[in-house]
Design a protein around this ligand. Sequence first.
Ligand code: F6P
Length: 539
Amino acid sequence: MALPSVNPTKTPSWKKLEHHFAEAQYIKMKDLFAKDEDRANKFTIKWDDFYVDVSKNRITEETFKYLLELADDVKLKEAIERQFSGEIINQTEGRAVLHTALRAPESSVVSVDGKNVMPEVHKVKQKIEGFTNEVVNGERKGYTGKPFTHIVNIGIGGSDLGPAMVVDALQFYKNHLTTYFVSNVDGDHVNEVIKKLDPETTLFVIVSKTFTTQETISNANTIKSWFLESASEADIAKHFVAVSTNLDAVSSFGIDSSNIFPMWDWVGGRFSLWSAVGLSISLAVGYDNYASLLNGANKMDEHFKNEDFDKNIPVVLGLISVWYNNFFKAESEAVIPYSQYLNQFATYLQQGIMESNGKSVDRNGNPIDYQTGTLIWGEPGTNSQHAFFQLIHQGTKLIPADFIGFVKSLHGNQDHHDKLTSNFLAQTEALLNGKTEAEVIAEGTKEVIIPFKIFEGNKPTNTIFINKLTPESLGKLIAMYEHKIFVQGVIWNIFSYDQFGVELGKQLASKILKEFSGEAQNEHDSSTSNLLNYYRQNS
Ligand code: F6P
């Protein structure tokens, strides 16, 4: 069964929200806190090792009530059930959406087309575990008998961003293997990585769901050629493994069938790090840590599936984001992790959020006349405070922001961690309260400077405070955003699991490539024509 299809703007709750917004847009959060001592408690969800405070938002209890009604009006509960039960909710591609099955316990039953997929999922997990242990323990060796020291993940988009972000985020838990990621078709990327490698001790993991992606296949071929400068064709079996649904294409590349880790078309690329796409994660941090990551995600799945919406973290975050996106017309959201380990987190989320919800046609195929996907951006604090925070504090744009922090430091340097956390807390407080004219004057500011030092405040933030960055809590955090994406896709009545917009550029690039080699001549607009000629004449 498909997802329910409801135009959100035609629901009673949307009308209530519109009506309510006429006044609510002038809400001053400071006044709400002054009026209600219990506000922070009322708008905080404590779940497991997560403390999620959404009180610093321009919402009242009335706003929240209407937003929850909106979730009911668009039949969110029904949609969640349909996703988890393996129905074909990715209708445009005719597929189920079951990344959640990859982290479900072995004993669960998840059916696709009447077949329980869990035994197959478990079989692949066992293969990942066995392979990881052999590589990490040094039992699996390269063509000259030396154990592996380096892993190179070759992939792009969902076959790169998730594993790259997680390996970076879990550096603290890393083993002795050095892990690199090659993604860009820019040859400088692969060549810079090759410079650091020894073919005798490097294991290559080619990750491509389709095994047709230009970037990945080009990089894999370049690496294979470099490898064959010192090794033989027969040695490929020892050094190259692949993760893909396209088993034939993998075999023609020369990879041994025992070195293929299958995946399934019911796992979308940007949600695939839980499948064998996460092999490089397992290799980098060991299978047990990888299993904890999956376990954390599963805990968030259970929370999302079972918790009432008013205490359901992904639902609440999704609803608040819709409030800003569709009523305040905020165009972007910032994600600011106060952890250097989450350096790549916003980049990773950009694909998840923007590839999923960057849509302008509804689930009935009609153009949409309301806003959908938000722009996502961010960098870790405190660095970002010294980069773009000025605009959030005093610019003209409304930028709701998620602040993600950890109560405990991994290296246990309390002095640094106190400083980091004081900044984490101070920023959301500053964004809430701003600085009034009276406060600026009281600081003894020269009169002509006063207007420049006033901070309006009233800038919304969510605080996601987690006990400690562990594989499990990271799994929960990623799954939290995955579910937020789903919630918003349901509300906006769009298909979140296709990405046809990415295809046009790929098609045109392959046509232009043929022109470079003189194989084809195409019609272009005058701008593209001039640029193309300029390149051909000067390259
Ligand atoms: O960017 C489009 C896309 O299809 C992503 O959704 C996917 O993650 C990426 O390309 C890589 O695809 P593949 O794993 O098939 O190489």
